[in-house]
Design a protein around this ligand. Structure first.
Ligand code: NAD
Length: 496
């Protein structure tokens, strides 16, 4: 049985642990590898080596750090298909979707190569007589990242290229449910010329994460995952005086105005709700039909009924299995709850089968209508291919519903009315807004800006905000006396 190595002190090494987790293929549930839970000694080694390497990496000129990112971007592009295939096998994602997961990460690496311009400080000459002030942007030290299962290429690449380009060293603890993809990313990073020890990858779960959250040598924590864990990470990390950015769960609404283009709406809803089996933090899980747009629900049902899941290399499949039997059980239990609480189940994805793959975690496309805000299918993040439809009399009612949601990751409106779109973008209390765009994930020169219960922290992922998150600002005030100047005398009060 293949055992996944760790990347410690610049070597890909087998763990000495007795504690291993099974890694399964979600389309078959066969065990494809064993994932170690790093021992306390291995965690210590990772942190100590990262601290040691920081001393030399922070002195490496910014243009040299940027060139590592340029070479890394080229290598990732060269190995794009190969990484996507690994990713498909451990997540079940279709090959095209897996390629998208890798591509979104490559774009962040491209952005990280621009790090020098993002690390420029500010200067003002003559803040007082013969006194100038300028600011430097300096790296923090050892940073750590804890990532979820649903984007095993993109989300690690949100983190370590930005942190390392800024001059930090980084310890990644990827999801134990799909660590093969991040390990391949680490191999290519070394091949791109990153010095050994600048990036390290450890495996495990809570026990290993707790070491990173509490060790004083770790200065900043980036986390992406579920709400309860996200809150725990934020509270524990900040109580240990670390900088923390914690991206959590979501419930994303799409508002459909009656003046929108019906076919565009249906295509957008089907793709954005069941794509990746609904396991995207920006998936649309709630469709809010305003007024006469409700009449389109039967056509939406017909379109969704044609969609089917399947194996990663089945070109006719729209999406793959959910990640685990436990995830499937949870999604199916929520579907049952929706029915019991009075929602209308138009399409039932339970008991879904795929020819030739009887043991996969399949859930068929599922559609509910007449959903209300008190139902569990509305309140819970389902993280499966389930779309819930709600009705609103007007745009104001739709906006109120969304603003009352505890989540604020993404939302969108489909309309042909500029005034409605403008009102929506202005009034909505959600961090990422699409207008006739169902999944408005910003490209890396912006930042990934979830709000409310979808994000704990202040500086977001990638873009300029990531540079602020992974750096400190040092402000230097200097006085150089000109030859004519009289030497200053002691001052005992603040100068006006
Ligand atoms: P998860 O919270 O179960 O796991 C995320 C990471 O935390 C993993 O590395 C895991 O090993 C670790 N972990 C799990 N339990 C822990 C604990 N008790 N203490 C410390 N660490 C722990 O999340 P998941 O199921 O892998 O990912 C799905 C979730 O991620 C969904 O809720 C989804 O919305 C969210 N997500 C959010 C974003 C975003 O940008 N807001 C992006 C992607 C995914």
């Amino acid at each position: 049985m293949k055992k996944i190595p760790q990347y410690l002190a610049g070597e890909f090494v087998q763990s000495q642990t007795q504690n291993w987790i099974d890694l399964t293929n979600p389309a078959t549930n066969e065990v494809i590898a064993k994932v170690p839970c790093a021992t306390p000694e291995e965690m210590r080694l990772a942190i100590d080596k990262a601290g040691e390497m920081f001393q030399s990496w922070k002195e490496t000129p910014v243009s040299e750090r940027a060139r590592v990112m340029l070479r890394y971007q080229a290598l990732l592009k060269e190995h794009h298909d190969e990484i996507a295939e690994i990713l498909s096998q451990e997540t079940g994602k279709t090959f095209d979707d897996a390629k998208g997961d890798v591509w979104r990460g490559i774009e962040v690496v491209e952005h990280a190569a621009n790090v020098a311009s993002m690390m420029m400080g500010e200067t003002v000459e003559n803040v007082a007589r013969e006194v100038d002030t300028h600011s430097w942007i300096q790296p923090l030290g050892v940073c750590a990242g804890i990532t979820p299962f649903n984007f095993p290429a993109m989300i690690p690449l949100w983190m370590f290229p930005m942190a390392i380009a800024c001059g930090n060293t980084f310890i990644l603890k990827p999801s134990e449910q799909d660590p093969m993809t991040p390990m391949r990313l680490a191999e290519l990073f070394e091949q791109a010329g990153a010095p050994k020890g600048v990036l390290q990858v450890v495996h495990g779960g809570k026990e290993q994460v707790d070491v990173l959250l509490t060790d004083p040598a770790v200065k900043a924590i980036s986390f992406v995952g579920s709400v309860p864990v996200g809150r725990y990470i934020y509270e524990t990390g900040t109580s240990h005086m670390k900088r923390v950015q914690s991206f959590a769960g979501a419930k994303n609404h799409m508002v459909i105005m009656p003046d929108a283009d019906k076919q565009q709406v249906i295509n957008a809803l089907v793709g954005a709700s069941v794509g990746a089996a609904g396991q995207r933090c920006m998936a649309i899980s709630v469709a809010v039909f305003v007024g006469a747009a409700q009449e389109w629900i039967p056509e939406l049902k017909d379109a969704m009924a044609k969609v089917r899941p399947g194996a990663w290399n089945d070109s006719g499949a729209s999406y793959g299995p959910v990640i685990s039997p436990k995830a499937k059980e949870r999604v199916e239990a929520l579907i049952a709850t929706g029915e019991a609480q009075g929602a209308t189940l138009l399409l039932d994805g339970r008991n879904c089968t795929v020819d030739g793959l009887p043991d996969g975690n399949w859930v068929g496309p599922t559609l509910f209508s007449n959903v209300t805000a008190d139902m569990d299918v509305y309140k819970e993040e389902i993280f499966g291919p389930v779309l819930t439809c709600m009705n609103a009399d007007d745009l104001g009612e739709a906006i109120k519903l969304i603003n009352e949601s505890p989540y604020g990751n993404g939302t969108s409106i489909f309309t042909n009315h500029g005034g409605a779109a403008r009102r929506f973008q202005h009034e909505i209390e959600v961090g990422q807004v699409g207008i006739n765009v169902p999944i408005p994930v910003p490209l890396p020169f912006f930042s990934f800006t979830g709000w409310k219960g979808s994000f704990y922290g202040d500086q977001h992922a990638y873009g300029k905000q990531a540079v602020r998150f992974y750096t400190e600002t040092k402000t230097v005030t200097s006085r150089w006396f000109s030859s004519e100047a009289t030497s200053s005398e002691a001052n005992f009060s603040i100068q006006l």
